[in-house]
Ligand binder design. Sequence first.
Ligand SMILES: Cc1cc2nc3c(=O)[nH]c(=O)nc-3n(C[C@H](O)[C@H](O)[C@H](O)COP(=O)(O)OP(=O)(O)OC[C@H]3O[C@@H](n4cnc5c(N)ncnc54)[C@H](O)[C@@H]3O)c2cc1C
Ligand code: FES
Length: 252
Amino acid sequence: MDDIEGKIVRNDNIVSNYYLLKMKLSKPMGIVKPGQFVMLKIPDNEVFLRRPFSIYACSRDLLTIMYRVVGRGTAYLSKIKKKENTFVLGPLGNGFHLKEKGNHVIVAGGIGIAGVHSLIGKLRGKASVFYGCSGRDEVALVGDIANLDPRISTIDGSYGFKGNVVALLAKHLKSIRRNNVEIFACGPENMLKSLKKLINKDKIPCQVLVEERMACGLGLCFGCVRKTVDEKEPYKRACREGPVFNLWEICL
Ligand SMILES: Cc1cc2nc3c(=O)[nH]c(=O)nc-3n(C[C@H](O)[C@H](O)[C@H](O)COP(=O)(O)OP(=O)(O)OC[C@H]3O[C@@H](n4cnc5c(N)ncnc54)[C@H](O)[C@@H]3O)c2cc1C
Ligand code: FES
């Protein structure tokens, strides 16, 4: 893991408040596991702390992140122009653990697609993908995986299944409940809670990427702890022991 300088080569508004940022790094980031993240320096002096973003894609010295504008840091980020320089610290955290064989089911909600995008790429069409968003325009966020035929839900019913992505998964659960099934999920806390409730009876193996607020990203400040069922050491750092956790080991 290194602090690497990056030059912005694209910062495109995909839809509403979602952006895709591409950076050319001064050196390759090395091996990146799906689910790992970077701490990105927002190129503005008023935003002191770096912000964590999942590695959406990384190929040699080209790093891509997808982000949603939610506050000050991401608002500044959306304004930065091509050729500006910044720094990324990474790759950080423990990514998804993949078994050689298995039936992989990926569930993402909203900007959670950014956290599982490289996993979908790695599994190259071998996973069933469920994606939920608010309306038809956000379906563009899965544009580059459209050939994988993801099952899509929208809250307003303007595209695909009307409702949330966990309700959509519930409809298909019987057909995907086969041997060796494992779910990989990233999305809002409420999505993770409903997912846990849905699969609680069968305790289907499930890994979730949690998006805790972070300060250092290095395991030093304990600002990102998440309570787990581990009686000896219940508090685990999302940046160090996570951000991918076993769903059955964390408290939601
Ligand atoms: C491991 C990891 C990976 C992430 N990957 C991505 C990604 O790929 N794309 C993306 O858009 N975002 C991602 N996030 C969330 C992202 O880091 C925050 O949205 C960002 O830091 C917000 O910065 P801000 O300055 O714009 O918002 P702030 O001004 O800091 O906060 C604005 C609002 O957003 C809320 N908020 C801030 N951070 C989070 C968070 N982590 N979770 C939920 N609510 C939050 C605050 O409570 C507040 O209401 C990830 C977070 C983690 C920990
Ligand atoms: S963000 Fe500092 S310990 Fe995780």
